[in-house]
Ligand binder design. Structure first.
Ligand SMILES: NC(=O)c1ccc[n+]([C@@H]2O[C@H](COP(=O)([O-])OP(=O)(O)OC[C@H]3O[C@@H](n4cnc5c(N)ncnc54)[C@H](OP(=O)(O)O)[C@@H]3O)[C@@H](O)[C@H]2O)c1
Length: 255
C-alpha cells in the first residue's frame, strides 16, 4: 500500500528478498538490511520506489539500533518490521569445531531478532500501532537430530515472540509469528533429504504477506505443514525418537 513502511532483515536473499519485492510492488517504502550490501543495493535499484539500505550484521546490537533509528528519521515509523535474517547449519554437540557454529546460530537467529525489534518497540508503543513479525520455523517445534543449534534457536524465537506478544497486549502493537515449513531458497538448496510441501519462494512470500495482513498471532506456512507440526507436537517421545533417529541431517560446516 502506498505510504506503507516496512523494515526487513535478511533482505539480500530468499524469503527476505521475496518479501521486499511484494511489499515494493504494493507501493511500500522499505528498509533493507543484511551483511551483503551489494545484493541489497542491486535489489533496491530493481524495485519500484525509494528504499533505504543498511549493510549490518543482526548480531551487532549497536549497528541495528542505529539502522532502526535512521530508518525512522528518514522514512518514518514502520508499519511492519520483519525479523527474517537467519542461518541454518548442521551441528553436533560432541564436535569441538561446532561450538562456534552454535554461538553464531544463536547470535543471528535469536539475538538478531531481539536487536531488530528493540529500536522500534517504544516508538510503536507510543504510536499505538505496528506489526512485529518474527520468522521462526517448524524446526523449532521438536528438536531435530543434527540440527541442535537451529532447532533450539527457532524454539527460542517461538517462545521469545510469545513473551513479546503478551508484553505488548493491548498496546496496539501486534506480534506475528510465522513458522515456515520448507521454502525453496539458498538455505534449503543443498538439503540432502526430502522436503515435503516445498514451496517456491514467491508463492511463500505471497502467503507470508497475507498472514501478516491478517495479523494472526501464529501461522505455519504452508498450511499442510501446520498439520504436520500439530501432529509432531502430539507424538510421544518414544515414537518421535524412533521415527527421527535416522532422519536425514543438514551437513555440518566442517564436513
Ligand atoms: N527456507 C526455508 O525452508 C525456511 C524454513 C523455515 C524458516 N526459515 C527461516 O527464514 C529466514 C530466511 O531464510 P531463507 O530461507 O530466505 O535463507 P537465505 O536465502 O539463506 O537468506 C538468509 C538471509 O539472512 C541474512 N543473514 C544471515 N545472517 C545474517 C547476519 N548475521 N546479519 C544480517 N543478515 C543475515 C542473509 O543475508 P547476508 O548473508 O547478506 O547477511 C540472507 O539475506 C531464516 O530465519 C530461516 O531460518 C527458512
Amino acid at each position: 500500500m502506498a505510504g506503507e513502511r516496512v523494515f526487513i532483515t535478511g533482505a539480500s536473499s530468499g524469503i527476505g528478498a521475496a518479501l521486499a519485492r511484494r511489499y515494493a510492488e504494493r507501493g511500500a517504502t522499505l528498509g533493507l538490511t543484511a551483511r551483503r550490501g551489494d545484493l541489497l543495493h542491486a535489489l533496491a535499484r530493481a524495485l519500484p520506489g525509494n528504499h533505504h539500505v543498511y549493510t549490518v550484521d543482526v548480531a551487532d546490537a549497536g549497528a541495528m539500533a542505529a539502522a532502526g533509528a535512521d530508518f525512522i528519521a528518514r522514512a518514518g515509523l514502520p508499519d511492519i518490521v520483519v525479523a527474517n535474517a537467519g542461518i541454518s547449519v548442521g551441528t553436533l554437540t560432541g564436535e569441538r569445531e561446532d561450538l562456534a557454529a552454535f554461538r553464531r546460530v544463536f547470535e543471528t537467529n535469536v539475538l538478531g531478532m531481539v536487536h531488530t525489534f528493540h529500536p522500534f518497540i517504544e516508538p510503536l508503543r507510543q504510536a499505538r500501532r505496528g506489526r512485529l513479525v518474527g520468522i521462526a520455523s517448524v524446526a523449532g517445534i521438536r528438536g531435530l537430530p543434527g540440527a541442535g543449534a537451529y532447532s533450539a534457536s527457532k524454539a527460542a524465537t517461538i517462545a521469545y515472540l510469545e513473551s513479546l506478544r503478551v508484553e505488548l497486549h493491548g498496546s496496539g502493537v501486534r506480534v506475528v509469528t510465522l513458522a515456515p515449513g520448507y521454502i525453496a531458497t539458498p538455505m534449503t538448496a543443498a538439503n540432502p533429504y526430502p522436503m515435503p510441501f516445498l514451496l517456491p519462494v514467491e508463492a511463500a512470500a505471497r502467503r507470508f504477506v497475507a498472514a501478516i495482513d491478517a495479523g494472526g498471532s501464529y501461522t505455519v506456512i504452508p498450511w499442510q505443514m501446520g498439520i504436520v507440526a500439530k501432529l509432531l507436537r502430539l507424538l510421544p517421545n518414544p515414537v518421535f525418537d524412533a521415527l527421527f533417529a535416522h532422519a536425514g541431517r543438514k551437513p555440518r560446516e566442517t564436513t
